[in-house]
Ligand binder design. Structure first.
Ligand code: TYM
Length: 325
Protein backbone atom coordinates (compact mmCIF):
# COMPACT_ATOMS: atom_id res chain seq x y z
CA UNK A 1 0.00 0.00 0.00
CA UNK A 2 1.53 3.29 -1.10
CA UNK A 3 0.25 6.67 -0.09
CA UNK A 4 1.34 9.57 -2.18
CA UNK A 5 0.67 13.30 -2.16
CA UNK A 6 2.22 16.66 -2.91
CA UNK A 7 2.28 20.34 -2.18
CA UNK A 8 2.88 23.07 -4.77
CA UNK A 9 5.37 25.90 -4.13
CA UNK A 10 3.00 28.58 -5.43
CA UNK A 11 3.66 30.34 -2.11
CA UNK A 12 4.83 29.51 1.40
CA UNK A 13 3.07 26.62 3.16
CA UNK A 14 -0.06 27.71 5.04
CA UNK A 15 -1.72 26.45 8.18
CA UNK A 16 -4.30 24.90 5.81
CA UNK A 17 -1.60 22.88 4.03
CA UNK A 18 -0.17 21.86 7.37
CA UNK A 19 -3.38 20.85 9.18
CA UNK A 20 -5.18 19.57 6.10
CA UNK A 21 -2.29 17.62 4.65
CA UNK A 22 1.34 17.74 5.83
CA UNK A 23 0.76 16.96 9.50
CA UNK A 24 -1.32 13.95 8.57
CA UNK A 25 1.26 12.71 6.07
CA UNK A 26 3.84 12.82 8.84
CA UNK A 27 1.75 11.13 11.51
CA UNK A 28 0.20 8.44 9.35
CA UNK A 29 3.22 7.77 7.16
CA UNK A 30 4.15 4.17 6.47
CA UNK A 31 7.40 2.87 4.95
CA UNK A 32 6.21 2.78 1.31
CA UNK A 33 4.63 6.25 1.35
CA UNK A 34 5.98 9.13 -0.69
CA UNK A 35 5.47 12.91 -0.54
CA UNK A 36 6.76 15.56 -2.86
CA UNK A 37 7.08 19.24 -3.67
CA UNK A 38 5.28 19.80 -6.97
CA UNK A 39 7.35 22.67 -8.30
CA UNK A 40 6.41 21.91 -11.94
CA UNK A 41 2.81 22.67 -10.97
CA UNK A 42 3.95 26.11 -9.81
CA UNK A 43 4.64 27.09 -13.42
CA UNK A 44 1.04 27.13 -14.65
CA UNK A 45 0.72 30.89 -14.15
CA UNK A 46 3.19 33.78 -14.19
CA UNK A 47 5.93 33.08 -11.67
CA UNK A 48 9.42 34.13 -10.70
CA UNK A 49 12.01 31.35 -11.30
CA UNK A 50 14.25 32.39 -8.43
CA UNK A 51 11.32 32.50 -6.01
CA UNK A 52 10.08 29.12 -7.23
CA UNK A 53 13.49 27.62 -6.46
CA UNK A 54 13.58 29.16 -2.98
CA UNK A 55 9.99 28.11 -2.19
CA UNK A 56 10.58 24.53 -3.37
CA UNK A 57 13.53 24.30 -1.01
CA UNK A 58 11.58 25.74 1.89
CA UNK A 59 8.67 23.37 1.31
CA UNK A 60 11.01 20.39 1.16
CA UNK A 61 12.42 21.52 4.51
CA UNK A 62 8.85 21.97 5.86
CA UNK A 63 7.98 18.38 4.95
CA UNK A 64 11.04 16.96 6.69
CA UNK A 65 10.66 19.34 9.64
CA UNK A 66 7.07 18.12 10.07
CA UNK A 67 8.34 14.62 10.68
CA UNK A 68 8.09 12.95 7.27
CA UNK A 69 11.01 10.53 6.77
CA UNK A 70 13.70 12.20 4.65
CA UNK A 71 13.83 9.12 2.39
CA UNK A 72 10.15 9.63 1.59
CA UNK A 73 10.27 13.13 0.12
CA UNK A 74 11.39 14.44 -3.24
CA UNK A 75 11.16 17.50 -5.48
CA UNK A 76 9.11 16.92 -8.62
CA UNK A 77 11.41 18.67 -11.11
CA UNK A 78 14.20 16.23 -10.20
CA UNK A 79 12.08 13.67 -12.10
CA UNK A 80 11.29 15.95 -15.04
CA UNK A 81 12.50 13.61 -17.84
CA UNK A 82 10.36 10.70 -16.58
CA UNK A 83 7.33 12.83 -15.77
CA UNK A 84 7.47 14.68 -19.07
CA UNK A 85 7.46 11.36 -20.92
CA UNK A 86 4.62 9.86 -18.92
CA UNK A 87 2.54 13.04 -19.15
CA UNK A 88 2.64 12.79 -22.92
CA UNK A 89 1.52 9.16 -22.87
CA UNK A 90 -1.35 10.08 -20.51
CA UNK A 91 -2.35 13.11 -22.56
CA UNK A 92 -2.80 10.63 -25.37
CA UNK A 93 -5.12 8.68 -23.06
CA UNK A 94 -7.20 11.63 -21.84
CA UNK A 95 -10.08 13.23 -23.77
CA UNK A 96 -10.36 16.97 -24.17
CA UNK A 97 -13.79 16.90 -22.50
CA UNK A 98 -12.42 15.18 -19.41
CA UNK A 99 -9.71 17.76 -18.94
CA UNK A 100 -12.17 20.59 -19.62
CA UNK A 101 -14.45 19.37 -16.83
CA UNK A 102 -11.88 20.02 -14.11
CA UNK A 103 -13.46 22.51 -11.71
CA UNK A 104 -10.11 24.01 -10.70
CA UNK A 105 -9.30 24.75 -14.32
CA UNK A 106 -12.67 26.38 -14.89
CA UNK A 107 -12.36 28.52 -11.77
CA UNK A 108 -8.76 29.52 -12.33
CA UNK A 109 -9.11 30.20 -16.05
CA UNK A 110 -12.23 32.31 -15.45
CA UNK A 111 -10.35 34.34 -12.88
CA UNK A 112 -7.40 34.86 -15.27
CA UNK A 113 -9.75 35.93 -18.03
CA UNK A 114 -11.38 38.45 -15.73
CA UNK A 115 -7.93 39.77 -14.86
CA UNK A 116 -7.05 39.76 -18.57
CA UNK A 117 -3.97 37.57 -17.98
CA UNK A 118 -3.28 34.77 -20.47
CA UNK A 119 -4.37 31.25 -19.52
CA UNK A 120 -1.44 28.88 -20.03
CA UNK A 121 -1.98 25.54 -21.77
CA UNK A 122 -0.27 23.98 -18.74
CA UNK A 123 -3.11 25.15 -16.49
CA UNK A 124 -5.37 22.98 -18.63
CA UNK A 125 -3.04 19.97 -18.80
CA UNK A 126 -1.70 20.02 -15.27
CA UNK A 127 -4.19 17.44 -13.92
CA UNK A 128 -2.60 15.06 -16.45
CA UNK A 129 0.84 15.82 -15.04
CA UNK A 130 -0.67 15.17 -11.61
CA UNK A 131 -1.90 11.81 -12.91
CA UNK A 132 1.65 11.11 -14.13
CA UNK A 133 2.99 11.97 -10.64
CA UNK A 134 0.61 9.49 -9.08
CA UNK A 135 0.82 6.68 -11.65
CA UNK A 136 4.61 6.80 -12.01
CA UNK A 137 4.99 6.01 -8.32
CA UNK A 138 2.34 3.25 -8.29
CA UNK A 139 0.36 5.04 -5.59
CA UNK A 140 -2.87 3.42 -4.45
CA UNK A 141 -4.00 6.01 -1.91
CA UNK A 142 -3.77 9.73 -2.53
CA UNK A 143 -4.66 11.82 0.51
CA UNK A 144 -5.84 15.24 -0.69
CA UNK A 145 -8.29 17.92 0.37
CA UNK A 146 -11.67 18.11 -1.37
CA UNK A 147 -10.25 20.61 -3.82
CA UNK A 148 -7.96 17.98 -5.36
CA UNK A 149 -10.22 14.93 -5.27
CA UNK A 150 -11.45 15.46 -8.83
CA UNK A 151 -7.87 15.37 -10.12
CA UNK A 152 -7.25 12.04 -8.40
CA UNK A 153 -10.45 10.77 -10.00
CA UNK A 154 -8.98 11.70 -13.39
CA UNK A 155 -5.79 9.77 -12.58
CA UNK A 156 -7.98 6.80 -11.74
CA UNK A 157 -9.88 7.04 -15.02
CA UNK A 158 -6.67 7.32 -17.05
CA UNK A 159 -5.03 4.36 -15.28
CA UNK A 160 -8.06 2.17 -15.96
CA UNK A 161 -8.33 3.27 -19.56
CA UNK A 162 -4.65 2.74 -20.31
CA UNK A 163 -4.61 -0.68 -18.62
CA UNK A 164 -7.77 -1.68 -20.51
CA UNK A 165 -6.58 -0.46 -23.90
CA UNK A 166 -2.91 -1.45 -23.90
CA UNK A 167 -2.23 -3.75 -20.95
CA UNK A 168 -1.55 -3.43 -17.24
CA UNK A 169 1.02 -0.77 -16.49
CA UNK A 170 -0.57 1.17 -13.66
CA UNK A 171 -1.95 0.74 -10.17
CA UNK A 172 -5.45 2.31 -10.02
CA UNK A 173 -5.30 5.01 -7.31
CA UNK A 174 -8.04 6.42 -5.12
CA UNK A 175 -8.40 9.69 -3.25
CA UNK A 176 -8.64 9.57 0.51
CA UNK A 177 -10.14 12.71 1.98
CA UNK A 178 -9.14 13.50 5.54
CA UNK A 179 -12.25 13.71 7.78
CA UNK A 180 -11.58 16.73 10.04
CA UNK A 181 -9.76 19.98 9.38
CA UNK A 182 -10.17 19.17 5.71
CA UNK A 183 -10.67 22.76 4.66
CA UNK A 184 -9.24 25.71 6.57
CA UNK A 185 -10.68 29.03 5.39
CA UNK A 186 -9.12 32.47 4.95
CA UNK A 187 -9.43 34.42 8.22
CA UNK A 188 -10.25 37.65 6.42
CA UNK A 189 -12.81 36.04 4.10
CA UNK A 190 -14.14 32.74 5.44
CA UNK A 191 -15.93 32.02 2.16
CA UNK A 192 -12.51 31.36 0.55
CA UNK A 193 -10.11 28.57 1.44
CA UNK A 194 -6.83 29.60 3.02
CA UNK A 195 -4.58 29.72 -0.03
CA UNK A 196 -0.81 30.20 -0.17
CA UNK A 197 -1.08 32.17 -3.41
CA UNK A 198 -3.80 34.56 -2.18
CA UNK A 199 -3.19 38.15 -3.30
CA UNK A 200 -3.91 39.51 0.16
CA UNK A 201 -2.22 37.51 2.90
CA UNK A 202 -3.98 39.27 5.82
CA UNK A 203 -6.16 36.22 6.44
CA UNK A 204 -3.54 33.58 5.58
CA UNK A 205 -1.50 32.00 8.37
CA UNK A 206 1.85 30.74 7.10
CA UNK A 207 3.83 27.93 8.71
CA UNK A 208 6.91 30.19 8.79
CA UNK A 209 5.12 33.26 10.28
CA UNK A 210 6.64 34.48 13.54
CA UNK A 211 4.33 34.27 16.60
CA UNK A 212 3.70 38.05 16.63
CA UNK A 213 2.46 38.02 13.09
CA UNK A 214 0.22 35.01 13.74
CA UNK A 215 -1.19 36.84 16.75
CA UNK A 216 -2.01 39.97 14.73
CA UNK A 217 -3.65 38.02 11.91
CA UNK A 218 -5.81 35.94 14.25
CA UNK A 219 -6.84 39.02 16.25
CA UNK A 220 -8.16 40.56 13.04
CA UNK A 221 -10.00 37.41 11.91
CA UNK A 222 -13.50 38.18 10.63
CA UNK A 223 -16.29 36.87 12.89
CA UNK A 224 -19.85 38.23 13.19
CA UNK A 225 -22.03 40.44 15.38
CA UNK A 226 -24.15 37.63 16.82
CA UNK A 227 -22.03 37.10 19.93
CA UNK A 228 -23.07 33.45 19.99
CA UNK A 229 -20.31 30.93 20.68
CA UNK A 230 -21.58 27.92 18.81
CA UNK A 231 -20.34 25.85 15.90
CA UNK A 232 -22.64 26.90 13.05
CA UNK A 233 -20.65 26.86 9.80
CA UNK A 234 -23.50 28.15 7.62
CA UNK A 235 -24.55 31.10 9.82
CA UNK A 236 -21.19 31.88 11.43
CA UNK A 237 -18.49 30.79 8.97
CA UNK A 238 -15.69 32.90 10.47
CA UNK A 239 -16.29 31.64 13.97
CA UNK A 240 -16.70 28.04 12.75
CA UNK A 241 -13.34 28.28 10.98
CA UNK A 242 -11.63 29.45 14.20
CA UNK A 243 -13.25 26.58 16.09
CA UNK A 244 -12.09 24.12 13.45
CA UNK A 245 -8.54 25.42 13.66
CA UNK A 246 -8.64 25.10 17.45
CA UNK A 247 -10.09 21.59 17.19
CA UNK A 248 -7.41 20.54 14.72
CA UNK A 249 -4.61 21.94 16.91
CA UNK A 250 -5.91 20.52 20.20
CA UNK A 251 -7.24 17.21 18.88
CA UNK A 252 -10.70 17.82 20.39
CA UNK A 253 -13.93 17.32 18.40
CA UNK A 254 -14.98 20.66 16.92
CA UNK A 255 -18.38 20.75 18.64
CA UNK A 256 -16.68 20.55 22.01
CA UNK A 257 -14.37 23.48 21.40
CA UNK A 258 -16.96 26.29 21.59
CA UNK A 259 -17.76 25.81 25.27
CA UNK A 260 -15.75 27.52 27.98
CA UNK A 261 -15.14 30.86 26.23
CA UNK A 262 -16.79 34.04 27.44
CA UNK A 263 -16.23 36.05 24.26
CA UNK A 264 -14.89 35.92 20.71
CA UNK A 265 -11.76 37.66 22.03
CA UNK A 266 -11.09 34.84 24.47
CA UNK A 267 -11.57 32.27 21.75
CA UNK A 268 -9.13 34.13 19.49
CA UNK A 269 -6.57 34.12 22.31
CA UNK A 270 -6.90 30.36 22.63
CA UNK A 271 -6.65 29.87 18.87
CA UNK A 272 -3.53 32.06 18.79
CA UNK A 273 -1.76 30.08 21.50
CA UNK A 274 -2.73 26.76 19.94
CA UNK A 275 -1.54 27.78 16.45
CA UNK A 276 1.74 29.23 17.75
CA UNK A 277 2.54 26.06 19.68
CA UNK A 278 1.48 23.83 16.80
CA UNK A 279 3.72 25.59 14.30
CA UNK A 280 6.71 26.46 16.50
CA UNK A 281 8.61 23.15 16.22
CA UNK A 282 8.05 22.97 12.46
CA UNK A 283 9.23 26.53 11.90
CA UNK A 284 12.32 26.07 14.06
CA UNK A 285 13.32 22.76 12.50
CA UNK A 286 12.75 24.21 9.01
CA UNK A 287 15.06 27.10 9.84
CA UNK A 288 17.76 24.67 10.96
CA UNK A 289 17.45 22.62 7.80
CA UNK A 290 17.56 25.69 5.57
CA UNK A 291 20.73 26.81 7.33
CA UNK A 292 22.36 23.41 6.70
CA UNK A 293 22.61 23.55 2.91
CA UNK A 294 24.68 20.38 2.56
CA UNK A 295 22.23 18.30 4.57
CA UNK A 296 19.21 19.58 2.65
CA UNK A 297 20.99 18.96 -0.68
CA UNK A 298 21.77 15.42 0.44
CA UNK A 299 18.13 14.76 1.42
CA UNK A 300 16.96 16.14 -1.90
CA UNK A 301 19.37 14.10 -4.03
CA UNK A 302 18.62 10.87 -2.21
CA UNK A 303 14.85 11.41 -2.41
CA UNK A 304 15.12 12.04 -6.16
CA UNK A 305 17.23 8.93 -6.73
CA UNK A 306 14.82 6.71 -4.78
CA UNK A 307 11.68 8.08 -6.46
CA UNK A 308 13.19 7.86 -9.91
CA UNK A 309 14.33 4.28 -9.36
CA UNK A 310 10.92 3.39 -8.07
CA UNK A 311 9.07 4.75 -11.12
CA UNK A 312 11.45 3.58 -13.86
CA UNK A 313 9.90 0.17 -14.50
CA UNK A 314 6.35 1.60 -14.76
CA UNK A 315 7.40 4.17 -17.33
CA UNK A 316 9.27 1.47 -19.25
CA UNK A 317 6.18 -0.79 -19.21
CA UNK A 318 3.87 2.06 -20.29
CA UNK A 319 6.18 2.95 -23.18
CA UNK A 320 6.46 -0.63 -24.31
CA UNK A 321 2.70 -1.21 -24.15
CA UNK A 322 1.96 2.08 -25.89
CA UNK A 323 4.28 1.10 -28.73
CA UNK A 324 6.91 3.77 -28.08
CA UNK A 325 9.62 1.98 -26.19
P1 TYM B 1 -1.65 22.35 -2.90
O1 TYM B 1 -0.25 22.79 -2.80
O2 TYM B 1 -2.67 23.33 -3.36
O3 TYM B 1 -2.10 21.81 -1.52
C1 TYM B 1 -1.37 20.81 -0.82
C2 TYM B 1 -2.31 20.05 0.11
O4 TYM B 1 -2.87 20.94 1.06
C3 TYM B 1 -4.28 20.85 1.04
N1 TYM B 1 -4.81 22.20 1.30
C4 TYM B 1 -5.65 22.47 2.31
N2 TYM B 1 -6.21 21.70 3.26
C5 TYM B 1 -7.02 22.32 4.13
N3 TYM B 1 -7.31 23.63 4.11
C6 TYM B 1 -6.77 24.43 3.17
N4 TYM B 1 -7.04 25.73 3.19
C7 TYM B 1 -5.89 23.86 2.22
N5 TYM B 1 -5.20 24.37 1.17
C8 TYM B 1 -4.55 23.32 0.63
C9 TYM B 1 -4.62 20.39 -0.38
O5 TYM B 1 -5.87 19.76 -0.44
C10 TYM B 1 -3.48 19.43 -0.65
O6 TYM B 1 -3.75 18.15 -0.10
N6 TYM B 1 -1.95 19.77 -7.15
C11 TYM B 1 -1.65 19.61 -5.73
C12 TYM B 1 -0.33 18.98 -5.49
C13 TYM B 1 -0.10 17.77 -6.30
C14 TYM B 1 -0.49 16.47 -6.00
C15 TYM B 1 -0.03 15.68 -7.05
C16 TYM B 1 -1.17 15.93 -4.96
C17 TYM B 1 0.56 17.73 -7.46
N7 TYM B 1 0.61 16.45 -7.94
C18 TYM B 1 -0.24 14.33 -7.07
C19 TYM B 1 -1.42 14.56 -4.98
C20 TYM B 1 -0.94 13.77 -6.02
C21 TYM B 1 -1.66 20.99 -5.10
O7 TYM B 1 -1.51 21.98 -5.74
O8 TYM B 1 -1.75 21.01 -3.76
Amino acid sequence: MTRFSGVTPSGNATLGNYLGAIRRWASEGRPGDLYFVSDLHGMTSAYNPQRLRVLARELLANLVASGIEPDQVFVQSDLLPQLGALTWILECTCSFGEAARMTQFKEKSNRRELEATPVRVSLFTYPVLMAADILLQGADEVPVGEDQAQHVELARTLARRFNGAYGDAFVVPRAVTPPAGARIMDLADPSRKMDKSARDAAGVLFVMDEPDLLRRKIRRAVTDGLGRLEYRPAEQPGLANLLEILAACTGKPVRETAGGFGSYGELKEAVTEAVIEELRPVRERTQELLADTAELDRIRARGAALASERGAHRLAAARRLAGVG
